[in-house]
Design a protein around this ligand. Structure first.
Ligand SMILES: C[S@@+](CC[C@H](N)C(=O)[O-])C[C@H]1O[C@@H](n2cnc3c(N)ncnc32)[C@H](O)[C@@H]1O
Length: 263
C-alpha cells in the first residue's frame, strides 16, 4: 500500500539512523503488542527494561518475553519507587546515559514500557532525559495499548459493555484521588461534564472508593479491572468486588452517562 512509512526501528535499512526505541508493550497479554513493537523487539540487540528494585524481573520484560531470543541482552534499569526527587532524577539520567552508551557501542536498543509509552510512563521521563542530555541521539517511540483501553475490551468477556467515549463525551484518565472528598467531587464533575473516568492506581484506596461509589449509587456503573491481560485478570462491576480487597495493579472505569440515542 502506498504512503505508509515504516516505523523507525523496523528492519528496513532506510530507517537505520534510529538505534533507540521506547516501546509500549501493552497491559499484560503478549498478544497485545503491536506489530511495530514486535518488529522493534526482533531487531534489537539490547532489551532495556524498568525494575523497581535489584533482582526484580519487571512487568514490561515479562510481557515482552515471548517475543525475545536468548541472544538478546537484557539491561535492567533501576527506577526506585520513592517520593524524593533526587533518587528519581538520578535514575532517569542514569537510564538515559546507559541507553546512549549502548547506542554509541553500535547496538540497537529498545526500552520496554508497560502499557502505552506516553501515559503515566517512566519512559516519558527517560524520553525527556534523553532529549536534554543527548540531543544528538535520535530515538523513536512506539505506542502501546493502554490499560484503560484493554480494560474496556476485557469487560466484554463478562458481558459488560463500557465504551470509553461517544461523540461529545469526555474521557479523563488520571490517578485515583487520594481522599474520599476529592473522589466524590470528581464523580460530580464527571457527571456534569459528560465525562467517563479511567482511574489508575486504585490500590489501597479500594475500600473507601467502593464505599463512595455505593453512596453515590454507582456500584453498577463502575467497572473494576485488576491485572488486565494477565492470567489472573479480574474484571467485574464494582458491586462484585469486596471492600476488603487490596488490589495490586488495578483501575476503575466509571460511566455515569449514556447518549440519548442508542441502538
Ligand atoms: C504507572 S501507570 C502505567 C500506565 C500504563 N503506561 C498504561 O498505558 O496503561 C500504572 C497503573 O496503570 C494501571 N494499569 C496498568 N496496567 C494494568 C493492568 N494490566 N491491569 C489493570 N491496571 C493496570 C494501574 O492502575 C496501575 O496502577
Amino acid at each position: 500500500m502506498a504512503g505508509w512509512v515504516p516505523l523507525p526501528l523496523s528492519t528496513s535499512s532506510e530507517c537505520s539512523a534510529v538505534q533507540l526505541t521506547l516501546v509500549g508493550v501493552g497491559p499484560g497479554n503478549p498478544e497485545l503488542l503491536t506489530v511495530a513493537a514486535v518488529r522493534a523487539l526482533e531487531a534489537a540487540d539490547v532489551i532495556a527494561h524498568p525494575i523497581a528494585h535489584e533482582g526484580a524481573e519487571g512487568m514490561a520484560l515479562a510481557i515482552a518475553s515471548r517475543w525475545l531470543r536468548p541472544d538478546q541482552r537484557c539491561l535492567p534499569l533501576l527506577f526506585p519507587m520513592v517520593a524524593e526527587a533526587e533518587p528519581r532524577i538520578a535514575a532517569w539520567r542514569a537510564a538515559a546515559d546507559a541507553l546512549v552508551d549502548e547506542v554509541r557501542a553500535g547496538k540497537r536498543v529498545v526500552l520496554l514500557c508497560e502499557g502505552d509509552v506516553s501515559l503515566f510512563a517512566t519512559g516519558s521521563y527517560v524520553q525527556l532525559a534523553l532529549r536534554r542530555r543527548h540531543p544528538d541521539v535520535p530515538f523513536a517511540l512506539i505506542p502501546g495499548i493502554p490499560s484503560v483501553c484493554a480494560a474496556a475490551a476485557a469487560a466484554v468477556e463478562g458481558s459488560h459493555d463500557i465504551p470509553l467515549a461517544f461523540q461529545q463525551e469526555g474521557l479523563l484518565i488520571r490517578p485515583c484521588p487520594d481522599t474520599e472528598a476529592e473522589f466524590t467531587a470528581l464523580l460530580d464533575s464527571a457527571r456534569r461534564t459528560s465525562t467517563v473516568l479511567g482511574l489508575l492506581k486504585v490500590g489501597q484506596r479500594w475500600s473507601w472508593v467502593r464505599a463512595a461509589l455505593e453512596q453515590a449509587g454507582l456500584l453498577d456503573q463502575a467497572l473494576f479491572a485488576q491485572r488486565v491481560g494477565w492470567p489472573d485478570q479480574w474484571v467485574a462491576p464494582a458491586r462484585a468486588v469486596p471492600d476488603d480487597l487490596k488490589p495490586y495493579f488495578s483501575l476503575l472505569l466509571v460511566r455515569q452517562i449514556w447518549p440519548e440515542v442508542l441502538p
